[in-house]
Ligand binder design. Structure first.
Ligand SMILES: Cc1cc2nc3c(=O)[nH]c(=O)nc-3n(C[C@H](O)[C@H](O)[C@H](O)COP(=O)(O)OP(=O)(O)OC[C@H]3O[C@@H](n4cnc5c(N)ncnc54)[C@H](O)[C@@H]3O)c2cc1C
Length: 309
């Protein structure tokens, strides 16, 4: 079986989810090729064990993300039996577009893939695990942290292809995104605020912590619905984004089931809430019963001290 893994990057570096996608592919056997959009993280990708080939797909369109341009550039090189991407918002968009271009099925948000190909994924806000069989060729997106990362002791062959796509779209998108902060779906650390933040200007306290940690700022739906200044793109949850960062800090968020649906698979969850009975403490690895007015300055001071040492 030919498996094509589409890598994900974090700036110029390879995102750790790529090695996890390889870990998942290795469990199926077959020949694994990684496609690196824009050549980002190429040498790191070549070191992932179990990979036989790494292709750097280059072209002007990779200056900034545009799903239409990227999928057109990547699809000719994604001719494998199984195409695997992460289930970040970028991965999901690319998976659907590439599946549409190739005319093959796509299955989103898997947490387990086994021979056959049998795919499991959480549905109904994670209350039920659905198991389906899908015929190859197909495209599957896999949630981050569902599989152990493959080790970095490989030495795959590297090649480069040059693709041109719609440059105008890419430039427009680049300008649109120029002022944006890190997106929650791409971040490894997220600090989210809820209605307990009191007013939208108080989100600047979350941004200050986020800047220290290199984190993205997210929000609950109550915060997004209550305040126009908090955009929907920041919303985490059932009707927002599903995230699986290494660290999720929930501040002034009660922990309603619809919010948990979008973040409960985070590796570590820290909750700051003044109400010791708040449901968020039921999923938190660490809990701080305090107001954010007390907890965030203390957290900022500790982080600044740590970073200045
Ligand atoms: C169909 C549907 C889809 C939904 N989708 C989503 C979704 O995608 N995402 C989502 O988040 N919600 C979603 N919701 C809404 C969800 O049910 C909750 O209403 C929402 O998550 C509550 O947001 P919150 O926790 O910020 O607000 P609240 O429930 O009002 O909680 C505020 C919390 O802040 C605490 N607090 C108050 N002041 C302070 C302070 N000074 N310091 C520290 N803590 C403080 C309080 O103790 C409380 O726990 C959905 C609902 C429905 C019906």
């Amino acid at each position: 079986m030919e498996v094509i893994v589409i890598s994900e990057s974090n700036g110029d570096l390879l995102h750790p989810v790529t090695a996890q996608l390889v870990g998942a592919s290795s469990s199926l056997g077959g020949n694994i090729t990684i496609l690196c959009p824009g050549g980002k993280g190429l040498s790191e990708a070549a070191e992932i064990s179990g990979v036989s080939k790494v292709i750097s797909v280059e072209g002007d369109c990779f200056q900034s993300y545009d799903s239409n341009a990227w999928s057109k550039a990547l699809a000719p090189h994604a001719e494998g039996d199984l195409v695997l991407t992460s289930s970040s918002s970028t991965g999901r968009e690319l998976a659907s577009s590439i599946a549409a271009i190739r005319g093959i099925p796509v299955l989103q948000d898997a947490t387990n893939i086994s021979e056959g190909i049998v795919v499991s994924r959480p549905i109904y806000s994670g209350k039920v695990i659905e198991t389906s069989s899908v015929k190859i060729p197909c495209v599957i997106t896999l949630r981050a942290n569902s599989y152990e990362a493959s080790e970095s002791s490989g030495k795959a062959e590297i090649s480069t292809v040059n693709q041109t796509a719609d440059v105008t779209i890419s430039i427009r998108k680049a300008l649109e995104r120029a002022g944006e902060k890190i997106d929650v779906s791409e971040a490894d650390i997220i600090i989210s605020g809820g209605r307990g933040m009191g007013e939208p200007s108080n989100f600047s306290n979350l941004e200050e912590v986020a800047d220290l940690l290199g984190a993205a700022v997210g929000a609950s739906r109550a915060a997004v619905d209550t305040w126009d200044e908090i955009p929907h793109s920041m919303q985490v949850g059932q009707t927002g984004k599903t995230v699986t960062p290494s660290l999720y800090i929930a501040v002034g968020i009660s922990g309603a089931i619809q919010h948990l649906a979008g973040m409960r698979t985070s590796k570590y969850i820290v909750a700051i809430n003044k109400d010791p009975e708040a449901p968020i403490f039921g999923v938190a690895d660490y809990g701080v019963v305090a107001t954010w007015e007390e907890a965030l300055p203390a957290l900022k001071n500790e982080l600044s001290a740590l970073l200045s040492n």
